[in-house]
Design a protein around this ligand. Structure first.
Ligand code: TXA
Ligand code: MG
Length: 329
């Protein structure tokens, strides 16, 4: 494994490596992806192997321009075109009808394919250099925390990846919103970096699958996912104040007011560590910091992490989804 700074030379190398069937981790605006040539079934098989990912969990195909979508999928309606025109590049993954030319291993034999155009110039440049659509799941072992920095990828995947293109920390920090555009109404399978509100403004009301009651139709809806090894207990916003944690515990708080409330209640001292995700109290900051803080706490030897929920709107929905999936049920 080699970590490459994003110079023009290295971007060419990364593109060539992908075209030759090798695995390259690329930065995106959401999280780092573990990329492979989507048209090379052996390279895609290596992605599943590197992640220890079950073969029933399909991958997202990444493109560097809208025209490339047509190589792997059909664009079924004006509504879908509108979403692409207005929200791409960006953290929105669209489920579309698949072309038969795309190997079935990418989509786990589904008749649909997930596609997205990431808003990260390095990612776009690497895909352009490869000249191919790139299948890329998040670059973490299956079920574990997603990587938002090159060093997270290096630590988690080591020599299972050939190159890591280092684009610095991912600004959004949670994965893309996955929207199933093959059914009416359009349905959010995974809340993520694109707020549901922004989608509804363009195409009207969408359905949101409730992860707590729905049977998973997409593996991103598995109840346990994105999880640290340390047990994580999830509480309502503000509910950590007054709580007595067991063992050597860390408190994961949304905003400075939460920390003040914890201190005022006298329970701050009972925690071995406290972390505030959003110094200015925005869900955007919380999303950007979430996985890096969880990686750090998971390496900190704590017995437990106690976390509070965010307000359930905008990116808060995506953060709450990740916290819920990371938590003990
Ligand atoms: O932000 C992101 O989306 C990142 C970056 C690297 O682009 N990628 C990512 O990929 O999160 P992954 O593989 O970790 O998550 C893809 C999600 C999974 O929940 C998968 O089940 C779902 O998309 N998915 C993929 N293809 C699908 C399909 N045809 N139908 C339904 N769900 C699908
Ligand atoms: Mg993932």
């Amino acid at each position: 494994m080699e970590i490459l700074p994003p110079t023009d030379y290295n971007i060419r190398r990364a593109g060539e490596a992908l075209a030759q069937g090798r695995l390259v981790a690329i930065p995106t605006e959401t999280v780092y992806g573990l990329g492979a040539n989507a048209f090379d079934p052996r390279a895609v098989a290596r992605v599943f192997e590197a992640k220890n990912r079950p073969s029933f969990d399909p991958l997202i195909v990444h493109v560097h321009e809208q025209a490339m979508v047509e190589e792997v999928a059909f664009v079924p309606s004006q509504k879908v075109r509108l979403l692409m025109a207005r929200l791409w590049p960006g953290p929105l993954t669209l489920i579309l009808p698949k072309r038969t030319e795309l190997p079935d291993i990418v989509t786990s034999d589904l008749p649909s394919v997930a596609v997205r155009l990431p808003a990260n110039e390095i990612a776009q440049a690497v895909i352009r250099a490869a000249g191919l659509p790139i299948a890329a799941p998040s670059a973490n072992p299956f079920g574990y925390l997603s990587p938002t920095r090159a060093e997270h990828v290096a630590r988690m995947l080591g020599d299972r990846v050939d190159f890591i293109v280092d684009g610095g920390p991912c600004p959004i920090g949670v994965e893309s919103t996955v929207l199933d555009a093959t059914r009416e109404p359009f349905t959010v399978l995974r809340p993520g970096g694109m707020p549901v509100e922004a989608i509804e403004e363009l195409v009207g009301a969408v359905e949101i699958i409730d992860r707590r009651v729905a049977k998973p139709t997409s593996p991103g809806q598995l109840p346990s996912h994105y999880a640290p090894r340390t047990p994580l207990y999830l509480y309502a916003r503000g509910a950590l104040a007054g709580l007595r944690p067991r063992g050597r515990a860390a408190a994961l708080l949304f905003e400075p007011e939460s920390l003040e409330a914890l201190e005022a209640s006298g329970s701050a001292a009972a925690f071995a560590a406290t972390r505030v995700l959003a110094p200015n109290g925005t869900a955007l900051e919380a999303a950007a910091a979430l996985f890096a803080v969880l990686h750090e706490l998971d390496a900190g030897g704590f017995d437990a992490i106690y976390a509070e929920r965010l307000p359930d709107a905008g990116l808060g929905r995506a953060v709450n989804d990740r916290l819920y999936k990371a938590s003990e049920k």
